[in-house]
Design a protein around this ligand. Structure first.
Ligand SMILES: [Zn+2]
Length: 868
């Protein structure tokens, strides 16, 4: 009875508190401060209290504009750019009126600290510290973005000596939303499911977003892995402002599981990337004391030095660590919706916002107090980096692919976005089995300001202090890009290798090679017979698809040949694209114009030929020159499908290759007419409800099914292929203390590393590759045995495939000598099984060609060559 009464009172209290009016600003703001009444409060602009509803990105922008307009002497609103969905990314530059009057001078002086040649003379005594406050890069971790309303109001409106001191001594860069598209998607979900009488049951729809959820950006990418590779427009916009200001501190406000409390960095001490200086962690600790004190004051539980790490530099809290700054990760337990029942009682949305706001205040307080330490740390960081570069054995790096100038250019562009100086290679050079040619190769000297970032990009990582990671263990970017590169030591490197500094993107100028000059006319490459282009260039698939889209018939060479082209006899490799002039629906003149435009847009060299008579190998009319069917692609999507893996393919086809793909959710797949598609892509996921028989008959009737990662196992288990798999052996007799069980399980995971597969360059799936290997990214435990038919294993792992990253002995033993890619025929169709992720995070461009080959050339693989 007593219990009943008690629980009745408890329920009553809950109902009262849950239906009570939302918290007004006094719940969040320090009460010892007076506020300028001329500054609009959030509710004046967004029409609800902070925490009453989840802020939509549109309303968030409305408030940021309003507060900047009301406090022009303190706030300058900058537009960084736009997301894929055309949402603005804004940055509020907040400092004292006095500082605003000389803002550019302050910025210039601040930048000088990062330049060892000029930093010694900088007087930091009265120099403001620069603090970048960033929110909710995972759109469904929205307490951060909601807290930015409070931070903006507080920094615009708070009065008094303390505030004046802060603004005099700091330039605050407030980024309300790192991921506007994701925030909008999530806030819409959370708000549309809110009940007037808040429902706190975690199973309720409000807390369980529909696929793919608001975590990701438009293309279902995790933007918090993109700070280093800078694939996405959001990252590229943001990084310009990061480098323009080079902040001393960058905070990254996230959310974690609902039953947790609050985490602030430092993370696990043994999991700090060795390139990060020890002093970085020391300062992180000192700042941590402020977070602890501020959270203590409001009675909030927290933890530190556990769970999270500082290893992969593609994250917002780690990236600053190789840029002279201190990155701070905050993780608030998520209410997800408006109030959720948890192990710690009911977690209310306003409370989560309050913690995020409080730790912004503690960051600012700590930054103010430790200002000189942070500024001199930044100066020392760059000075020490140069000294390290001087004593390091590697003096520079050379890279470049003469056959793929576009991919080389994408890599150069990425380096330059990271403020790395890149130079043209001045002399041809051979190193590590590669030949680097002037005109298509580049040099990066180690001795430059961004030395640490260069190391982060080029280093192979093969030794580790710990075997647990929060994310991938290797990201050696030239390997991931599939670019030939070499480290140059003192004997191989000399300044004379450096030609001109690269000042703009070296994207190749595509062209149709001119045939001849007649009567002083401009030379053109118009042919009445045929055109050829090689398949090596990154954008060759985009060019091919554009031509097919225009109705042009093309063939590809499944044999090599030599033929006369203007000025030379040229050897053409497997996969060369042949466009005959006769038999097209457009005349020779229009075809030339189309090919010229396509060449220019895609950085291709197209060779006109006047004969089909090969000097060696197959003639152009040979049956070895096979027609290429235009792909009509569907990608399986929706609940159960790995959203980031699917997103990578969407992004790749849409943004990079201008190729449409239908996104087929499984229930739609089950009822759709599949005859519309000749190519289906299935990434890792659970496909329990997929109509297997329908899929099978579609393949049997001639479809090309491309599977990656765990989907490779799914098709095998469901009888579409005969692939068997190796399993890592576990020593079950070994006794492991209970307390170490997390470490043990965690260490067996495949976090992600880079492995080298040998390639059969004559196989249609290897067309366009010039070296007999490809480096692939693997973050799964799918280890397919090689097929008995040798022709159906175009890419295999040897007994020493690890290039960079961490893998346990058990997993490594299982991986060795397996197949990376298998081809099976089924009826008239094919199943192409790619055990790894050929498009990982869209920076692993080494596997892109293989994936595009599967799309374009999969159906050319002869039936019977890998029969089940
Ligand atoms: Zn997060």
């Amino acid at each position: 009875m007593r219990t009943l009464t008690r629980s009745f009172v408890f329920v009553l209290l809950c109902i009262l508190s849950l239906t009570a009016a939302a918290q007004d600003l006094s719940y969040y703001l320090p009460d010892s401060v007076t506020y300028n009444p001329a500054i609009p409060k959030p509710k004046d602009i967004i029409y609800h209290e902070v925490g009453e509803w989840h802020i939509t990105h549109d309303r968030l922008m409305n408030y940021m504009k309003a507060v900047a307009a009301a406090a022009p002497d303190r706030i300058k609103l900058e537009l960084m750019g736009f997301t894929y969905e055309s949402r603005p990314q804004v940055l509020l530059v907040i400092t004292s009126p006095k500082n605003h009057q000389r803002l550019e001078a302050i910025r210039q002086q601040h930048i000088q600290l990062s330049d060892p040649a000029r930093s010694a003379s900088v007087n930091i005594d009265n120099m403001p510290i620069v603090i970048y406050i960033g929110h909710s890069i995972h759109g469904n971790e929205s307490s951060g973005a909601n807290a930015s309303l409070l931070s903006a109001y507080y920094l615009a409106a708070a009065q008094g000596k303390q505030m004046d001191e802060l603004l005099d001594n700091a330039v605050i860069l407030l980024d309300p939303s790192f991921n506007p598209d994701g925030l909008q998607r999530f806030s819409t979900w959370a708000n549309q499911h809110k009940s007037k009488n808040l429902v706190t049951d975690a199973d309720s729809r409000e807390f369980n977003e529909a696929w793919p959820g608001g975590r990701f950006n438009h293309y279902w990418f995790d933007l918090n892995r993109d700070w280093l590779p800078l694939v996405h427009v959001e990252s590229r916009n943001r990084i310009q402002w990061f480098h323009a200001w080079k902040p001393n501190i960058l905070t990254d406000h996230h959310e974690q599981g609902s039953n947790a409390t609050f985490f602030f960095q430092p993370g696990v001490p043994s999991r700090v990337n060795p390139l990060t200086p020890g002093k970085n962690q020391e300062l992180t600790n000192k700042l941590g004391a402020y977070h602890a004190a501020f959270l203590d004051r409001i009675g909030s539980l927290y933890f530190t030095k556990e769970n999270y790490d500082d290893f992969y530099y593609g994250k917002g809290s780690t990236f600053p660590d190789i840029n002279g700054a201190i990155g701070i990760l905050f993780e608030q337990a998520s209410s997800r919706g408006h109030a959720q029942k948890t192990e710690n009682g009911i977690l209310r949305f306003p409370f989560t916002i309050k913690n995020q706001f409080i730790t912004t205040l503690s960051t600012l307080e700590g930054a103010k107090a430790l200002r000189r330490e942070f500024l001199s740390y930044q100066r020392d960081f760059y000075k020490n980096a140069l000294a390290e570069a001087a004593s390091a054995p590697v003096k520079g790096y050379v890279f470049g692919d003469a056959g793929d100038k576009s991919k080389t250019a994408i890599f150069v562009d990425m380096l330059r976005r990271q403020q790395i100086d890149v130079y043209e290679l001045n002399n041809n050079l051979s190193a590590d089995g590669f030949t680097f040619e002037k005109g298509s190769a580049f040099v990066v000297p180690a001795s430059q300001t961004q030395y640490k970032v260069i190391r982060a990009i080029f280093d192979k990582t093969l030794t580790y202090k710990d075997s647990l990671f929060y994310d991938i263990t290797a990201w050696t970017l030239p390997l991931a890009f599939g670019l030939p590169y070499a480290e140059l030591n003192a004997t191989r490197y000399s300044a004379s290798l450096q030609g001109n500094k690269v000042e703009r993107s070296p994207f190749p100028a595509g062209t149709v090679v001119p045939i001849a000059v007649e009567n002083g006319m401009v030379a053109i490459g118009k042919s009445n017979y045929a055109y050829l282009f090689e398949w090596d260039e990154y954008y060759a698939p985009r060019a091919l698809y554009a031509l097919q889209q225009a109705g042009v018939m093309v063939r590809t060479a499944t044999n090599t040949f030599e033929i006369n082209v203007p000025g030379q006899i040229k050897k053409f490799d497997y996969g060369t694209i042949i466009i005959p002039v006769q038999g097209q629906t457009i005349d020779a003149g229009k075809l030339y114009e189309l090919i010229k435009e396509t060449a220019e847009q895609n950085g291709l060299v197209v060779y006109p030929v006047t004969t089909g008579n090969a000097i060696s190998g197959s003639d152009l009319g040979s049956s070895k020159m096979r027609p290429v069917v235009q792909p009509s692609i569907a990608l399986l999507t929706g609940t159960g499908v790995n959203a980031t893996d699917a997103g990578e393919i969407w992004y790749l086809l849409d943004q990079q290759f201008n190729m449409p793909a239908t996104h087929l959710d499984i229930p739609v797949f089950n009822r759709a007419d599949l005859n519309k598609y000749n190519t289906l892509v299935m990434v890792g996921g659970t496909y329990n409800n997929l109509d297997k028989e329908k899929l099978k008959s579609w393949v049997q009737e001639g479809g090309t099914l491309i599977t990656t990662e765990e989907a490779v196992q799914w098709v095998a288990q469901n009888g579409l292929t005969n692939i068997t798999f190796k399993k890592p052996k576990e020593d079950s007799t070994k006794l492991i203390p209970y307390a170490e069980r997390d470490n043990r399980i965690g260490a067996q995971r495949m976090y992600g590393a880079i492995f080298r597969a040998t390639a059969d360059l004559t196989h249609p799936l290897a067309y366009g590759y010039n070296y007999p290997f490809v480096d692939l990214f693997k973050a799964n435990t799918v280890y397919p045995e090689r097929n008995k038919n040798p022709y159906s294993n175009p890419f295999v792992y040897t007994d020493k495939p690890l290039q960079s990253g961490f893998i346990t002995k058990e997993n490594y033993d299982a991986l060795k000598n397996t197949a990376a890619v298998l081809v099976n025929t089924l009826g008239n169709g094919r199943v192409i099984s790619i055990a790894d992720n050929p498009n990982f995070r869209a920076f692993c461009l080494g596997g892109t060609k293989l994936f595009m080959n599967a799309i374009f050339f999969g159906r050319l693989i002869e039936p019977g060559s890998g029969k089940n």
